[in-house]
Design a protein around this ligand. Structure first.
Ligand code: PGA
Length: 243
């Protein structure tokens, strides 16, 4: 199974999203390439057709109860959410989300049968200091060690270098390939698992042609490019053609 995850972030208002969803319903999809849409949380209810799976951009580390402003895994699940983004750098940075918080979120997601999509990746300074592999290893082991064995296989990993988000810059094809191989090697050697690993960060309809040549990848995450349905369809078709 391959994946194409669309992260709409905090973009678009209700009317735009109604229109967006109407077009999304008509995208031609294939059962081997799962299309996952992560709309802004207040508008999850608009996204209820069968053409795609629904993801949330976050999930609370709390369960149901007195937690003002939170969206719990139980509530997201009741809106048909099947996947939740966790560890995105836009949460780790501005919201100071530590790994202990990410672990709580992952546990809550699992409890409601939501699959975590876990983001890892180095920032620009770490890249310049050649610390990428060290960072990736730490981000993987801190999380997976805490997830019960029998649930680990339900996780999707995204290699998303922080410096590539929204910048138009992507790593070289050989760098992506080496990083993804490294991630898969750690997961297999330490945990005896084969988890899907996706790439995210400035993926667009122009660079997808070369990105799909990275055989070890199991899919992609789109931010900016997911705002236009025609871009999603173009990228979707290119991935599908290549696998
Ligand atoms: P981008 O965002 O495609 O706009 O770089 C990706 C992401 O933040 O997941």
């Amino acid at each position: 199974m391959k994946y194409l995850v669309c992260n709409l972030k905090a973009n678009k208002l209700k009317e735009d999203l109604n229109l967006y969803e109407k077009k999304l319903k008509n995208i031609i999809v294939d059962s081997n390439l799962e299309l996952i849409i992560c709309p802004p949380t207040p508008f999850l209810y608009i996204f209820q057709s069968n053409n795609y799976k629904l993801g949330s951009q976050d999930v609370s580390k709390f369960g149901m109860g007195s937690h003002t402003g939170e969206n719990t895994a139980e509530q997201l699940s009741s809106l048909n959410v099947k996947y939740a983004l966790v560890g995105h750098s836009e949460r780790r940075g501005p919201f100071k989300e530590e790994e202990s918080t990410i672990i709580e979120k992952i546990k809550k997601a699992y409890h409601s049968h939501i699959h975590p999509i876990y983001f890892i990746g180095e920032d620009r300074l770490e890249k310049e200091n050649k610390e990428t592999n060290k960072i990736l290893e730490k981000q993987i082991s801190h999380i997976i060690n805490e997830v019960p064995d029998y649930k680990r296989e339900k996780m999707i990993i995204v290699y998303e270098p922080v410096w590539a988000i929204g910048t138009g810059e992507i790593p070289t094809i050989s760098d992506i390939s080496n990083r993804v191989e490294f991630i898969k090697k750690i997961i297999t050697e330490y945990y005896d698992l084969a988890l899907p690993v996706l790439y995210g960060g400035s993926v667009n309809e122009n660079n997808i042609e070369e990105l799909v040549t990275v055989d070890v990848l199991d899919g992609f995450v789109l931010g900016e490019s997911s705002q236009e349905i025609k871009n999603i369809q173009t990228i979707y078709n290119k991935i599908q053609k290549n696998h």
